[in-house]
Write a protein that binds this ligand. Structure first.
Ligand code: FPP
Length: 234
């Protein structure tokens, strides 16, 4: 079986999943966080080397204050507890997104987690927090423009590889497969530059119900398509 090297996931449907059970939306996020933990082990055991998840977008700040606070609390706890789990699983954790928009204590936990796991050679797990594809490209363009301004770069020497390297994902390969749960056919500002050639798989299953069998279905669909088209990016 040809397993995608890098799988990116838009984890949608926590709210609808909770509502269907007569529970508050935040309960859906708590269950969604548990699914994230399971998925890291499942993905690695299936042979996936990079897993990237969309945990909090630049647009998510406009949600009701109590939901934003609950999501931040979840992420805070996740960062703190993740070091132990990452060491046990040899997992390298990175966070992408505009970290300057996050509270100081979360930034510190992220820095500690990235530092503590940087030598690990198992799953490369990347969490997008305060992330927006347009924001990421804007920051990359500004950084190139600064080099032009100070004379170390000529505009005509800018290549797409250089842009890729200035993105938050500069040291990651592009995703082979983008999965979106809970049915919407949108990319929602996620990894806009990086998914240029990714296969897209959308399932109606809500994120808290996503499991090994569902990930396998997505990988089977990916394998079927790459076999048919010879995995030639076009
Ligand atoms: C979309 O569901 C999900 C989110 C905005 C947040 C995703 C966060 C988690 C899965 C938990 C924390 C993550 C980590 C890495 C620990 P939604 O609320 O938009 O659902 P809806 O579309 O049904 O309303």
């Amino acid at each position: 079986m040809s397993v995608p090297e890098h799988v990116a996931i838009i984890m949608d449907g926590n709210g609808r999943w909770a509502k269907a059970k007569g529970m508050p939306r935040n309960y859906g996020h708590v269950q969604g966080a548990k699914t994230v933990e399971d998925m890291c082990e499942i993905a690695w055991n299936m042979g996936i080397k990079y897993l990237t998840v969309y945990a909090f977008s630049t647009e998510n700040w406009s949600r009701p204050k109590d939901e934003v606070n609950a999501l931040m609390k979840l992420l805070r706890n996740y960062m703190k507890n993740c070091i132990k789990r990452a060491s046990a699983n040899n997992m390298r954790v990175r966070v992408i997104g505009d970290k300057t928009g996050l509270d100081e204590d979360i930034r510190k936990s992220i820095a500690d987690l990235e530092e503590a796991t940087k030598g690990y050679t198992g799953l490369n797990f990347t969490i997008a927090i305060n992330y927006g594809g347009r924001d990421e490209i804007t920051r990359a363009v500004r950084s190139l423009a600064k080099d032009v301004e100070n004379g170390t770069l000529k505009p005509e020497d800018i290549t797409d590889k250089m842009i890729s390297e200035r993105l938050d994902t500069g040291d990651l390969p592009d995703p082979d497969l983008l999965i979106r749960t809970c049915g919407e056919l949108r990319v929602s500002n996620f990894l806009l530059w990086q998914i240029s050639y990714s296969e897209i798989y959308v399932t109606d299953v809500a994120w808290p119900d996503f499991n090994e069998a569902e990930l396998k279905k997505a990988c089977d669909a990916y394998e079927g398509r790459t076999r048919k088209f010879g995995n030639v990016a076009q």
